[in-house]
Design a protein around this ligand. Structure first.
Ligand code: GLC
Length: 531
């Protein structure tokens, strides 16, 4: 037997993203909570996932639903308490499930005591903890920077007679990472949660941590909306940010098996890849938004994956996801079709890299349609009807066909998708052909396959442009993965080593004739062949 170097859990296993407000309400206030997550750990264990990424669970006034933190050392009372957090951690650990916290360290809430103090005067102990600047005369914002969520990135403070910077909403003032005291405090937060036993972090908008020290205006360019009409060279992605990534990495690495996973919502893959650090000494993982934004085309995904593989080289490990709490669910993006959702899951769960799946995608939960009066997301409130906001991807988990899909006894904070009587966990568990069982079977297969967990990836370029085909390989195990992106049968030539292969996994069932050099892949078909 060949012994492979031991791989960390976060490379081998599947990570499941939970939006805690929407998972399970156990207190009867219409909002999910930590007790709800604890109650569903059996479900997650059965699904076979190895880690949970929880969107922020720290105290927050919820202007941006937790991405506006007002206390980094506590648990939001709506979700539970520190004791409950510890209980969740311990119960999860017994099931071999790790917990990854979501830290928004680019900005705090405007109600965080640090900001209240900082904004109270120009000379207080925290006066330089945020990014303050004098107006351009007579009282114009200091430069042309825009907020990602619309409008100027600067808001006037009457008390200080200065502007403060907020890359997102005005209720999310940006911290001044160039101030060593701020940095020290933020690293304390990281240390605090690692000491508590958290298994790592998803780090929110790391690309925004540092801004130009001279606050220069961005050059203008052509774009569709005001934010896109600037080249963001001075308000984010400053080269010095990588140094911070390296510091965070060395801090997290002091604790074995912990993970630093970054969010850089960037189509420019060279920039996104740079967050792994010049010597693979930056973030352990960084999301790839180029992959997430591909159209449903085999070639498009292949180009995106090969580009990412090339940029990351052999020293860095990819991470792949198709949905999250900020973008429309891929189930709907790719046509609201269960069969296609299978093919998509087949791809994410067999690529070389850590798969991150988003709660409910294992059922084929669609993107919710939220009536205007029920919009909660600040983006939707500001831009409706041009942009409906992000609530549609945050609707309550669909557990069963009882009222409110078994999510809550009360009025849910966001409307439940009306299709819950047809699409829910309880029903799909009973149906061996369901999407849920597809995920479960495939995750189980992945968890037992060295080639899928750690093997190299090589595309085989079948002459058929509707099919994505790649091999995953370690010494002793060679798999060929075939995914049909079309709704027609597609013939695929098999590489010579795979003539008369063993069919390891397929959906729908693939017919393979012994000795034949080609197979006919059914519409949306997915198959794993073994050499
Ligand atoms: C990230 C989060 C998003 C949040 C924003 C500001 O992109 O994923 O939900 O609104 O940062 O913190």
């Amino acid at each position: 037997m060949i012994l492979l170097p031991e791989q960390p859990w976060w490379q081998k296993g599947v990570i499941y993203q939970i939006y805690p407000r929407s998972f399970l309400d156990t207190t009867g206030n219409g909002i999910g909570d930590l007790r709800g997550i604890i109650k569903k750990l059996d479900y997650l264990e059965e699904l076979g996932v190895s880690g949970l990424w929880l969107c922020p669970i720290f105290p927050s006034p919820m202007y941006d639903f937790g991405y506006d933190t007002s206390d980094y050392y506590n648990i939001e009372p709506l979700f539970g308490s520190m004791d409950l957090f510890q209980e969740m951690l311990l119960t999860a650990r017994k099931k071999n499930i790790r917990i990854i916290l979501d830290l928004a360290l680019n900005h705090t809430s405007h109600l965080h005591p640090w900001f209240i103090e900082s904004s109270s005067s120009r000379n207080n102990t925290r006066s330089d903890w945020y990014i303050w600047a004098n107006p351009r005369p007579p009282r114009r914002p200091p430069n042309n920077w825009k907020s990602v969520f619309g409008g100027s990135a600067w808001t006037w403070s009457e008390k200080r007679k200065q502007y403060y910077l907020h890359s997102f909403t005005p209720e999310q003032p940006d911290l001044n990472w160039r101030n060593p005291d701020v940095k020290k405090e933020l690293y304390n937060i990281i240390r605090f949660w690692l000491e508590k036993g958290a298994d790592g972090f998803r780090l929110d908008v790391v690309d925004f941590f540092l801004k130009d020290d001279r606050l220069r205006s961005n050059p203008l360019c052509i774009g569709r909306r005001p934010y896109e009409m600037q080249k963001h060279i001075y308000d984010k992605n400053r080269p010095e940010t990588i140094e911070i990534m390296r510091e965070i990495r060395s801090l997290v690495d002091l604790y074995p098996h912990k993970l630093a996973l970054g969010e850089v919502a960037e189509r420019n893959t060279e920039i996104a890849a740079s967050y792994y650090g010049p010597a693979s000494d930056g973030l352990h993982l960084n999301f790839n938004f180029d992959f997430l934004e591909q159209p449903w085309k085999a070639k498009a995904f292949q180009v995106s994956i090969e580009d990412w593989e090339k940029l990351l080289g052999t020293g860095n490990w990819p991470v792949y996801t198709l949905s999250n709490h900020d973008v429309p669910r891929h189930f709907s993006r790719y046509g609201n079709c269960q069969n296609r959702a299978r093919a998509a899951a087949g791809m994410v769960l067999t690529l070389k890299g850590t798969p991150v799946i988003y709660y409910g995608e294992e059922l084929g939960m669609p993107q919710g349609r939220i009536p205007r009066a029920q919009i909660r997301d600040p983006v939707g409130k500001r831009y409706w009807p041009f942009h409906p906001g992000r609530d549609g991807s945050r609707t309550p988990m669909q557990w069963d066909d009882s009222p409110n899909a078994g999510f809550t006894d009360a009025n849910p904070w966001l409307p439940v998708n009306p299709n819950f009587p047809r699409v829910n966990v309880a029903d799909q568990k009973k149906d061996p052909q369901s999407l849920y069982h597809f995920y479960r079977r495939l995750i189980k297969f992945r968890n037992s396959s060295n080639a899928l967990q750690s093997g190299i990836i090589r595309f085989t370029n079948p002459s058929n442009s509707s099919v994505l085909a790649y091999q995953r390989k370690v010494p002793g195990e060679n798999l060929l993965i075939l995914i049909n992106f079309s709704s027609r049968d597609q013939p695929v030539e098999l590489p010579s080593k795979f003539v008369s292969p063993h069919l390891a996994f397929s959906c729908p069932t693939l017919e393979i004739e012994a000795g034949k050099k080609r197979v006919l892949l059914p519409p949306d078909g997915f198959a794993i062949l073994q050499e």
